[in-house]
Each structure stands twice: as structure tokens, then as C-alpha cells.
Design a protein around this ligand. Structure first.
Ligand code: PLP
Length: 357
């Protein structure tokens, strides 16, 4: 079986977790503070606050900023939109463009949004310059959902460091993981970081205080998870380079018309997924699975068509087409050239028609 995705877990990470379990307090250990410090440095920002998940990092960012109606993409993991509702508001949607991310022109036509929540889907950065310009014009913050884009670069900046706050997930299908749930919010805004930290810690002023200033949640990253995260972070750039190399191999072998957006001079994607566009998606998926190649669609149902959202009867042409045609094929840092060749050969045998372009 050629597998779709897998976390890299080596002896060094296991030893780091064991060391933490044997030597640190399970929460608020030194590993947590160090992981936050190192992750902030990696993103080139002043502050990083760890949470128990990417969803929580997003939720606390919205709550801390007082955001109720962010405009976001219908093509993401559903948590991106759910957080607006969990924060007591409602997600608004704008259609996607050829990057498979939110289309800035469609954001500009949206009414009554109080924040922009772009997602760097599959590790390919959204058009952040245009997004920041629109947000500035409308005087609203930008919350980057970088849960699939650890280390991606957009015009010299790390994904997640461009908006007012960037949110990451460390669950096991991300470019780096803490081998369980985990998340991080990064920002240059000290006050915002402090508020997010309080929200993650029952509204406490600090861990040594018994004063709870706001209503908060219980969402802490464990010391052992942070210890694993620190080791993973050391390898992240190297792993992302391997993903880009694998993407280059695929690009050389597959029909150009089915390829996802690729690396440019200004954009270094991190290929959390390598998602081809293929009209007979369901048949292709079955065919690959029957040939021992794992694959899946991310995501086959756009968020506005999922049960909690569909009553609004929204329509987004590009998003709907994307959801019908997208198929993620094996991609991870340890995939071999032989495996890429095998998958590409299977795909070359298919009668391929385009998806959106
Ligand atoms: C784009 C996106 N947003 C949000 C999330 C939520 O992250 P988590 O699973 O850590 O809550 C994920 C991950 O599943 C994601 O891919």
C-alpha cells in the first residue's frame, strides 16, 4: 500500500517525550515555554501561545479580537467556519480562485464582515497582499488559518505571520505534529497574545495566580506534547523541502492540466496535501484504492453544503466544482521516487478531463 500521509516519529521525539514525562510537570513545563518561544522565532513573530488544538487557537483568536462575522472560504476543514459560530457569531463565505483559496475580489464584494479568515489550503498560501489591503480598507483584522501551512512562504514571510494572528494545528496529519491534538496562535500583538493565553487557561491572569479575569476555556498543550513539537520543529524546513521535491517529481510526470498550484518565485508552498484536479474523481479514487494507493478528497463537501450550514442555501460555483474534482494523492516527507512513479503511472492510464482552472 502506498500511503497517503504519515507523521514522522523518530527515536529523538520519543526520547524527548519520555524525558518530559520523567522530569517535567505534565502541564506548564519548560518544554511548553520553549516550544512557544521557538515556534514564534520560526514564524518571525514576537509571541506564540499554545493551545490544545488548532480549532481552539482559531476560536480564542476570534474571541480575543471580538470577531463575530468573519468571511472565509467554503473550501477548508469545517473547523475554520465552526469557530465563528462557537464564538457566538456566524461564518460568511466568499468563493475561491485558482489558488483554491479565498478570492480577494469576492471578499471585496461581501457585506458586513468584521474580519477576514483566509486558509492556506493544502499548504498553498492565499493572496495575502490583496487580503491585507481589503482588510485595512474595511478596518477589520485578519486571522490566518495556517493549520495546513507550517513553514510556507508568501513573499518572504511565513504563513501565519502576515495577518493580525495566525493559527496552527499540530494534529498528526499536519506538516509537523505533537503526536496528539495541539495548536498554536502567533502574533506580534502582545495584548492579543495575553488574551488568547487567558482564554486557554480558564481566564487566569497567570498560572501562579488565582485571579480569573475573564470567562475562559481549558485548552493547554501538555509538556510531553510540546517536547515532541520542539524536535519536530527542528526538522520541519527539511521535511517541507522533501515535500516540494516530491511535488516536483509529480509535476514532471503528471498531466499539467491536473496539477495543483505550484511553487513560484514568491510562493513556497508546503504541500500538506498534493491535490490533483480530476473530473471523474470518485472513480479515480476507487481505482487508486483498488491498486493499493491511498487517496482521499480534502474536502468533498464544501462547508456551506454541510448539514449545519446548508439551510442558508448558499452557492459558490468554484468551491463546488473544486470539491467535486479534488483528490489528494500520497504526499509526505518519506515518500519515495518509486512510489511517486507508480502513482503517476496509474494516473496516466486514466481518461483525464479537467477540473476548474
Ligand atoms: C484548515 C484547518 N483549520 C482548522 C483545523 C483544526 O485543527 P485541529 O484539528 O487541531 O483542531 C484543521 C485541522 O484539522 C485544518 O486543516
Amino acid at each position: 500500500m502506498i500511503i497517503l500521509e504519515k507523521p514522522v516519529i523518530n527515536r529523538e521525539m520519543i526520547d524527548a517525550a519520555i524525558y518530559s514525562l520523567e522530569n517535567e510537570f505534565p502541564l506548564f513545563g519548560e518544554s511548553v515555554a520553549k516550544f512557544e518561544e521557538e515556534f514564534a522565532k520560526f514564524c518571525n513573530v514576537d509571541h506564540a501561545v499554545s493551545t490544545a488544538s488548532g480549532t481552539d487557537a482559531l476560536l480564542f483568536s476570534l474571541l480575543a479580537l471580538g470577531v463575530k462575522m468573519p468571511v472565509t472560504t467554503p473550501c477548508s476543514y469545517i473547523a475554520t467556519a465552526n469557530v465563528a459560530h462557537l464564538a457566538g457569531g456566524k461564518a460568511l463565505f466568499a468563493d475561491i480562485d485558482s489558488t483554491n483559496n479565498i478570492d480577494p475580489e469576492k471578499i471585496a464584494k461581501t457585506r458586513k464582515f468584521d474580519a477576514v479568515l483566509p486558509v492556506h489550503l493544502h499548504g498553498y498560501p492565499a493572496k495575502m497582499d490583496d487580503i491585507m489591503e481589503i482588510a485595512e480598507k474595511n478596518n477589520v483584522p485578519v486571522i490566518e488559518d495556517a493549520c495546513q501551512a507550517h513553514g510556507a512562504i508568501y513573499r518572504g514571510k511565513r504563513a501565519g505571520s502576515i495577518g493580525h494572528v495566525g493559527c496552527f494545528s499540530f494534529n498528526p496529519v499536519k506538516n509537523m505534529t505533537v503526536c496528539s491534538q495541539g495548536g498554536m496562535a502567533v502574533t506580534n500583538d502582545e495584548k492579543l497574545a495575553k488574551k488568547i493565553r487567558m482564554l486557554a487557561d480558564s481566564g487566569r491572569e497567570s498560572i501562579y495566580s488565582h485571579e480569573h479575569r475573564i470567562i475562559g476555556y481549558s485548552s493547554r498543550l501538555s509538556s510531553a506534547a510540546a517536547a515532541i513539537g520542539r524536535v519536530q520543529l527542528k526538522y520541519l524546513d527539511g521535511w517541507n523541502e522533501k515535500r516540494r521535491e516530491a511535488a516536483g517529481e509529480y509535476a514532471g510526470m503528471l498531466d499539467k492540466r491536473i496539477l495543483p498550484p505550484l511553487e513560484t518565485k514568491e510562493i513556497k508552498p508546503v504541500y500538506n496535501k498534493f491535490a490533483i484536479k480530476i473530473s471523474k474523481r470518485n472513480e479515480t479514487k476507487e481505482y487508486l484504492l483498488n491498486n493499493n494507493v491511498q487517496c482521499d478528497a480534502h474536502y468533498p463537501i464544501p462547508i456551506h453544503m454541510q448539514e449545519p450550514y446548508k439551510k442558508q442555501k448558499l452557492e459558490f460555483r468554484n468551491a463546488e466544482k473544486f470539491s467535486k474534482t479534488t483528490l489528494s494523492i500520497p504526499m509526505h516527507p518519506e515518500i519515495t521516487k518509486k512510489e511517486i512513479k507508480e502513482v503517476s503511472a496509474l494516473l496516466a492510464d486514466l481518461d483525464i478531463v479537467f477540473g476548474i482552472s
